[in-house]
Design a protein. Structure first.
Length: 362
């Protein structure tokens, strides 16, 4: 029998609502998940809410792609998953998700605007990752954004002792701080406008932080130069959704530095090409996690699934920490107010976890 479910939807620019829909029983290569937690990916989702993103101007949008749930039912052809298993998926913000786990499923998932109301993107066997014992649902919900950070991090081969600057200390930026510190980067410098995020970056392992709220690009550059003995950042990660941060990051990069764009910037930026790119011989690198392979290959080991599974294992072993990144645990009914706060710009919000299983948010 179909399952009645609830989910978030952006019916029009700036509007957030809860809709009710029917989810059919799982087919042969599908599983039905009852969601316990989902994590808001603020950069991508706020861009979609405001009419931007990968497919600008198309509504309705059904947001979300980092969800944890329990298998309720599995199709006859599903192997390795059974009712009762906890699973991380690319499911939307909804109480129930029908997930394709057919290895022959379409390699490219449907865009959030094209996706049927109850369906997660088709991601083959990689659409579902078992959550290991010892990792709570709140923490597991960070694994998709954790894979975003890992995908960007793999674009540079850190040498121990290289300096690193992370511009934008949202969830992905905080995780990049932890990864850079673990790789031996020194110093790791976190840069943001919000005091609470700077404080969390220290907990994440940043050796130093720069409060950019009262500084122009030259001031941020001077602060990073002072922290790196005048060299600048050997590696810089851009982890915002604003175009203003990217030119500033190029200015503070070291001679021969690498700049990796991990954030969702759906805008244009003005660059000083000779001074900040050519003369400094920078390497600019784009990183977009959906480009990570779906199927493993001897020369492309780190699939989307593998990165998500690795992140969960790192959390289980204490190598990565996410509890201090949770700023809100809220019910789906609170979503309109939370999205309005996020759309207003950087603030005291960070990791926004939606609680779907009836438990009272802390």
């Amino acid at each position: 029998m179909p399952t009645t479910a609830r989910g978030l939807v952006f019916p029009a620019p700036g509007e957030v609502a809860l809709e009710t829909f029917e989810v059919p029983d799982p087919g042969r290569h599908q599983v039905l998940l009852r969601t316990t937690r989902s994590l808001v990916s603020a950069g991508t989702e706020v861009s979609g809410l405001l009419g931007g993103g990968a497919a600008p101007g198309r509504f309705p949008v059904r947001p979300g792609y980092s969800s944890v749930g329990v298998v309720v039912a599995a199709g006859a052809g599903v192997r390795g998953l059974a009712p009762g298993d906890r699973v991380l998926s690319g499911g939307r913000h909804a109480s129930h998700v029908l997930l394709d786990v057919d290895p022959e499923a379409a390699a490219e998932g449907a865009d959030a605007r094209d996706r049927p109301a109850g369906r997660a993107p088709a991601r083959g066997a990689g659409g579902a990752v078992p959550v290991p014992a010892g990792v709570g649902d709140d923490a597991a919900a960070f694994a998709v954004l954790g894979a975003v950070a890992l995908h960007g991090f793999r674009k540079v081969a850190f040498q121990p002792g290289e300096s690193c600057a992370v511009v934008g200390l949202g969830v992905v930026g905080q995780l990049l701080v932890q990864l850079a510190r673990a790789a031996g980067a020194r110093p790791v410098v976190g840069i943001d406008l919000v005091a609470s995020r700077l404080e969390r970056a220290r907990t994440s392992g940043a050796h130093a932080v720069v409060d950019a709220s009262g500084l122009d690009a030259a001031g941020v550059e001077a602060a990073v130069l002072a922290l790196t003995a005048g060299r600048g950042a050997d590696v810089g990660f851009e982890a915002t959704r604003t175009p203003q941060a990217f030119p500033a990051l190029m200015r503070l990069a070291a001679l021969g530095g690498r700049v990796v764009v991990v954030g969702s910037i759906h805008a244009t930026a003005e660059l000083r090409l000779f001074d900040d790119l050519q003369r400094k011989e920078l390497t600019l690198i784009g990183a977009w996690q959906p480009r990570a392979p779906l199927a493993p290959h001897p020369y492309a080991r780190w699939t989307q699934t593998a990165n998500r599974a690795l992140f969960l294992e790192q959390v289980r072993h204490g190598a990565l920490a996410v509890d201090h990144l949770i700023s809100h645990r809220a019910r789906p009914e609170d979503a309109p107010a939370l999205y309005a706060e996020m759309a207003a710009g950087p603030g005291d919000w960070l990791g926004v976890v939606l609680v779907w299983d009836g438990a009272a948010p802390a």
